[in-house]
Design a protein around this ligand. Structure first.
Ligand code: KE4
Length: 428
């Protein structure tokens, strides 16, 4: 394949943009590649500036559950565009979006729109600290909740990909209030809460981790957090920026029947446009200004174009049978992957829930950040390059999720599985 235009663009980009990219994980450093510059995308396909056509399993890191350039989304954004781009004033679409989220997500009574997942988690944590009057935040190693100062501790996603130690640029005074514990370690969490639970404002978790690669919650892990946070008056925050509207129309909390106090959303609810949201119990959310005294704001919060894209996406996902259809496609893909893993001579571990999953190059189960970090990254890099050469576009990091979308056809899934089979065989 010819990547000449991407390579030339990357040289140009590096003159003006740190690392040549506007988000570090896009730089493809960890997989030894020059990033592809994308020209357009449609359905399950993404096309680079050199005209190469790939089957896309990144889906813009999660938003594109319907596939790219879905007609309903495009029409909705075009209609909004005809009326302008931003007013800095409330609009009907924001009311409709809030109503859809409240109706869909079991534990959201009130919701506030922001412009990214980072803003959502940052705001939810500020609210938790304001509501409880406490300072300590608990997160879990390998989870990534965006790049807010208080959360850049033992983070996954791009931080893990680039092996960035700690959180340079974040004062120790801030980081000292963030405790990061091993994911899925109920004993470590219980021990912490026994000692300092009454100082903890909030515990934030990815209910299904997607940023150390996909790691599913151990039996009882989320339930233990819910029980102990309730006992200590600590708020429980579900970061559903990835899992919201992906694992079900009500997210992971509906799937697992767990009741978080606050929930963070992003990605899918914006249909590919900049968006985030946080919401939860009415008594907590009413503390947000202007009702209350905890402050958060945003020039473009609830932007009409992002609302139009998000509304069209949620309306499509609300249709009867849509998640069964996504599960059928996902099962075809992941069951096929399971077969290949069983046949392969390589040490492989496959984690998957619903349409999200990750293939790790290790013989050991991957149940937390330590075991994810122990997987062979050089092998993942070789796998990534082999799949790219076979026109399959995967996340350029082993610490991300692979996403099946509603646009992937059975033929394309089968073609992808054959590419996996050939690539793994070439690695033996
Ligand atoms: P954003 O600020 O990137 O919109 O969302 C931050 C965030 C919060 N919570 C979870 C669970 C997330 O996964 C994310 C962002 N996800 C990464 C990829 N896993 C975004 C990709 C990137 O950083 O370029």
């Amino acid at each position: 394949m010819d990547y000449k235009k991407s390579q030339d663009l990357f040289v140009e980009a590096e003159k003006f943009i740190p690392g040549g990219v506007n988000s570090p994980v896009r730089a493809c450093k960890s997989v030894g590649c020059t990033p592809l510059f994308i020209a357009r995308a449609k359905g399950s396909h993404i096309y680079d500036v050199d005209g190469n056509d790939f089957l896309d399993y990144v889906g813009s890191w999660g938003p594109m559950i319907l596939g790219h350039a879905h007609p309903a989304v495009m029409d909705s954004v075009k209609a909004a565009l005809a009326e302008g781009t931003s007013y800095g004033a409330p609009t009907e679409r924001e009311v409709e979006m809030a109503r859809m989220i409240v109706d869909a997500v079991p534990n959201i009574d009130l919701v506030r729109m922001v412009n990214s997942g980072t803003e959502a988690t940052m705001s939810a944590l500020r609210l938790a600290r304001g509501f409880t009057g406490r300072d300590i935040i608990v997160k879990f190693d390998g989870c990534y909740h965006g790049h807010a100062d208080t959360l850049l501790v033992q983070s996954g996603s791009g931080v893990a990909t680039l092996g960035i130690p700690g959180s340079p640029g974040v004062p120790q005074d801030i980081v000292k209030n963030t405790v990061s514990l091993p994911y899925n370690d109920i004993t470590a969490f219980s021990d912490f809460m026994a000692k300092r639970g009454d100082e903890a404002a909030a515990v934030i978790v990815e209910p299904v981790a997607g940023n150390m690669g996909v790691v599913t919650p151990a039996r009882g892990f989320l339930e233990a957090i819910r029980k102990l946070t309730r006992e200590h008056g600590t708020l429980f925050i579900f970061d559903e920026v990835i899992t919201g509207f992906r694992l079900s129309y009500g997210g992971a909390q509906r799937l697992f029947n767990i009741q978080p106090d606050l929930t963070c959303l992003g990605k899918i609810i914006g249909g590919g446009l900049p968006v985030g949201a946080y919401g939860g119990r009415e008594d907590i959310m009413r503390r947000m200004a202007p009702d209350g005294d905890v402050y958060q704001a945003g020039t473009l919060s609830g932007n009409p174009l992002a609302m139009a894209a998000g509304l069209a996406t949620l309306k499509a996902l609300k249709q009867e049978g849509i998640y069964e259809e996504l599960e059928a496609k996902s099962a075809r893909f992941w069951d096929g992957m399971e077969d290949i893993v069983r046949e392969s001579e390589l040490s492989l571990c496959l984690n998957r829930l619903g349409s999200m999953g990750t293939l790790f190059f290790t013989q050991d189960p991957v149940t937390d950040f330590r075991s994810a970090m122990a997987a062979d990254r050089d092998k993942y890099s070789e796998f990534y390059q082999g799949m790219l050469a076979r026109s399959i576009y995967l996340a350029p990091s082993p610490f991300e999720a692979t996403f099946v979308s509603l646009a992937h056809t059975d033929e394309e899934i089968d073609r992808t599985l054959e590419a996996v089979r050939q690539t793994l065989r070439s690695m033996v």
